[in-house]
Design a protein around this ligand. Structure first.
Ligand SMILES: Nc1ncnc2c1ncn2[C@@H]1O[C@H](COP(=O)(O)OP(=O)(O)OP(=O)(O)O)[C@@H](O)[C@H]1O
Length: 242
């Protein structure tokens, strides 16, 4: 089967800084792929280029065979790629349920008419465990709940590929376990996942495959345990948190 996302030779320069130096990466339909690498290795830039936040300096991104390179974020979202940010992006003054309603409002009627696992905003809140605070203002939610709301907002756009940027940053162990439980269910609902995180325990729990970036280049890509034992990867993390 062809990959849901095929990234080829992707590069991005910021002035004299090479954030991505010709990355090839395929994300297979139905998998949870992890992307790791030291600070500044290009992980967030990779997501930002795929989602249209930044235009690449070179290379291409194919989503289900369609060239989406350099399209605007709204067009990429409409094509079916969702994204959660490191900072939760809810409207603080609006209710939790209202936020989910708004996020789902501009979703195109899907041509493939696949069943929606969460046909209402309320069903999405049930899924992420925030029903009890549906009518609270988003701005009063504790940090962990705000992250879950971020996940609900991304799912409300009905993505078939979801990119998660450090979804567990700042969460306690209980919240992280809850998040892992939710993310693991996504492939069963037809949603492929690609996740960036520094927490290798989290990545081992979530991902069967890891890709490793270093200075904007992919230095490893394969089964999680093999990648974490790869001397090239160990060297990059020497003295780090592996
Ligand atoms: N908007 C920007 N303008 C200039 N340089 C940038 C910009 N965004 C990223 N960079 C640079 O590109 C390189 C890659 O950054 P990026 O944020 O993608 O790394 P990262 O792997 O996500 O890091 P972290 O793990 O710390 O989040 C870094 O050298 C960074 O300083």
């Amino acid at each position: 089967m062809s990959p849901i996302l095929a990234i080829s030779g992707l590069s991005k320069q910021f002035g004299g800084v090479t954030a991505l130096a010709g990355v090839d990466l395929a994300i297979e339909e139905g998998e949870i792929l992890g992307v790791v690498g030291p600070n500044g290795s290009g992980k967030t830039t990779l997501f930002n280029v795929v989602t249209g936040v930044h235009r690449p300096s070179g290379g291409s991104v194919l989503f289900r065979g369609q060239d989406i390179t350099g399209l605007k974020p709204h067009a990429i979202s409409r094509a079916g790629i969702g994204y959660t940010f490191q900072q939760a992006m809810a409207f603080a003054g609006l209710g939790v349920l209202e936020n989910v309603q708004i996020a789902g409002e501009h979703v195109r009627a899907r041509a493939d008419s696949t069943a929606n696992p969460w046909p209402t905003p309320q069903a999405l809140l049930d899924f992420v465990g925030l029903s009890a605070v549906a009518n609270e203002k988003a701005g009063v939610l504790p940090f962990g709940s705000l992250r879950l709301l971020g996940l609900a907002l991304a799912l409300a756009t009905r993505p078939s590929l979801l990119l998660l940027d450090e979804p567990a940053a700042g969460l306690n162990d209980r919240e992280t376990t809850a998040l892992v439980g939710l993310v693991r269910q996504l492939p069963g609902h037809g949603i492929t996942v690609c996740v960036i995180d520094h927490d290798m325990k989290l990545m081992q729990m979530l991902c069967r495959r890891l890709a490793v970036l270093d200075f904007g280049s992919k230095i490893a890509d394969g089964p999680t345990e093999a990648v974490l034992a790869d001397p090239k990867v160990l060297e990059v993390y020497l003295g780090g948190d592996l």
